[in-house]
Design a protein around this ligand. Structure first.
Ligand SMILES: CC(C)=CCC/C(C)=C/CC/C(C)=C/CC/C(C)=C/CC/C(C)=C/CC/C(C)=C/CC/C(C)=C/COP(=O)(O)OP(=O)(O)O
Ligand SMILES: O=P(O)(O)OC[C@@H](O)CO
Ligand SMILES: [Mg+2]
Length: 241
């Protein structure tokens, strides 16, 4: 997608994902942004608007931390982010979530797209209860070999820079994540879903390059903050040897 890769997302080991459709207080936001995490992703699968995205970005900009927008809604793209993450759902049954919305966005806004700030993510969505699974009609029944097949195709045939194993709302099967990891030769592996404490964070960090922590920020901030050190101190099969 871009000719000269920025190193930014390659240095992310731990990321917090904030949902613009949910409320977070000033103290809580400060704790998240100064926690030692590498970046904030703003994103959600529903209720994301231009207004709530812009308001959250403005609040985060008071802190010195990378901030990326994960685009799920064309009308909610706000300028001023360090990076724009573009999800492509690999295991959807509906092609618009793999490539269709993207083609229409480019058709409409092509000349205005800052390509050097866009990074595509090949999503493998595996929790059938998640909104993202329902919206995109993802085939969440994949076993480890099938998930690794999708990952291999996206890594080697599509050359996507990020593969994202997404269990949003539920802690996933780490053996499957490890099998996905073994298929990758150039892509970075993001894992997200159901991390609620240091132990689950450590397990995810052992099999992925970047660990994404979301919902627990809103239900147990102390648990969320404990994931930072757990991930930063953990070894990974890919980058820790
Ligand atoms: C600087 C500037 C203004 C630039 C604008 C340039 C521009 C117009 C760029 C557009 C380029 C482009 C190709 C855009 C793609 C458009 C688009 C709508 C693509 C579809 C993306 C997609 C597949 C969305 C489906 C949902 C999804 C995968 C969302 C990702 C985030 C996610 C999974 C969040 C989890 O949500 P959460 O609510 O926490 O979880 P639950 O599911 O459990 O509820
Ligand atoms: O909200 P949780 O379950 O932590 O998942 C994080 C992220 O992968 C959601 O897109
Ligand atoms: Mg969420």
């Amino acid at each position: 997608m871009r000719s000269m890769p920025l190193p930014m997302e390659n240095s992310w080991r731990h990321v917090f994902k904030l949902d613009p459709d949910r409320i977070i207080g000033e103290q809580e936001l400060e704790a998240v942004c100064t926690s030692g995490s590498d970046a904030i992703i703003i994103g959600g699968s529903s209720g994301v608007t231009y207004e709530n995205t812009e308001a959250l970005l403005e609040r985060i900009r008071r802190f010195k931390i990378d901030c990326a927008l994960e685009v799920s809604e064309l009308d909610a793209i706000v300028s001023g982010f360090d990076l724009y993450l573009i999800p492509m759902v690999l295991n959807t049954k509906r092609p618009e979530w793999l490539i269709g919305h993207h083609a229409r966005a480019i058709e409409k806004y092509g000349p205005f797209i800052p390509w050097d700030r866009l990074v595509s993510e090949g999503y493998i969505v595996l929790n059938p209860e998640a909104t993202v699974a329902r919206i995109t009609e993802a085939d969440t029944s994949l076993d480890a070999a099938a998930a690794a097949g999708y990952a291999g195709a996206a890594d080697k045939l599509m050359q996507l820079p990020i593969i994202y194993v997404e269990y949003s709302g539920r802690f996933g099967v780490m053996e499957l994540v490890g099998e996905v990891r073994r298929q990758l030769t150039q892509a970075r592996l993001f894992y997200g879903g159901g991390i609620t404490n240091a132990e689950t964070a450590r397990q995810a960090a052992a099999v992925s390059d970047t660990v994404v922590v979301g919902n627990v920020i809103y239900s147990d901030l102390a648990g969320a903050l404990a994931t930072v050190e757990a991930v930063k101190g953990a070894r990974s099969s890919s980058i820790g040897g």
